[in-house]
Design a protein around this ligand. Sequence first.
Ligand code: NCD
Length: 300
Amino acid sequence: MATRHIISIGDFDRDGIDQLLDHAEQIDNRKYDAGALGGRILAVLFFEPSTRTRMSFESAMARLGGTSLSVGSVDACSMAKGETLADTIRVVSGYADAIVIRHPKEGAARLAAEFSTVPVINAGDGAGQHPSQTLLDLYTIRQSMPIDGIDVALIGDLRYGRTAHSLASALSLYNARLHTISPKGLELPSNLVMDLREKGMEITEHDDIREIIGLVDVLYVTRIQRERFPDSASYFNVATSYRITPELLADAKKHLIVLHPLPRVDEIDPRVDDSPHARYFEQSKNGVPVRMAMLMRVLQ
Ligand code: NCD
């Protein structure tokens, strides 16, 4: 049987996503075997900062009775001596039963999968994809409303934001309508927009979130991906160009939910945290059952 990597959200069809989310829901309801992955080892190879993704994968592995291995910081591993990613992966796949990788270069996870003899999960490849985030985003939406046919506003850095790329692709499987709002120059990549429109997705660009706040069901906010900017001047030009406030949400539908993959910087006013619309902390918590379902999928 072919190795079951998870590199892009496109590796799933709609049934595959629904099955995984159903499984995550069972796990959330404590219907799982806490020894299911006993004796199995997950290598956690993170070449970029992470709090949620890394810790929730490690927590997921531990809750299923498995163990995680990591090199600590990037500076502490042999890539700092000039070892290639391909060689690192060849070696690490001899030490573990699966690899979760985060890397600053787009395509790195795909490359890793070519050299790995064990399943590879992409935990973010530069400005590319972030499939595990998308699965937990969809899971969080599903807790509040059926995903089919909803209106979703994506606001922020849609050019470099990998969570936005994966989520937009997944939503096209649910006939959702997409509304995009981004600072100039940080729009959703045109090849992705073309691809999604070809699949029949309705995508509308707006200048200001206020134009559509009253008609959307989900507001997905993202951080400006400062680390991907060529220089700091171009970052400061756009850094403070949007902010979600309680005043803005006063015009929202009653059931609107606000999501954010986190970390946030200034784009959501902390006063929004107490609003019934805010779901971003539940969203990050959902990372554990969703990643437990993912680990069981690739390791069992
Ligand atoms: C996101 C990422 O790394 O792409 N974080 C996460 O995994 N929750 C979003 C971000 O860093 O802005």
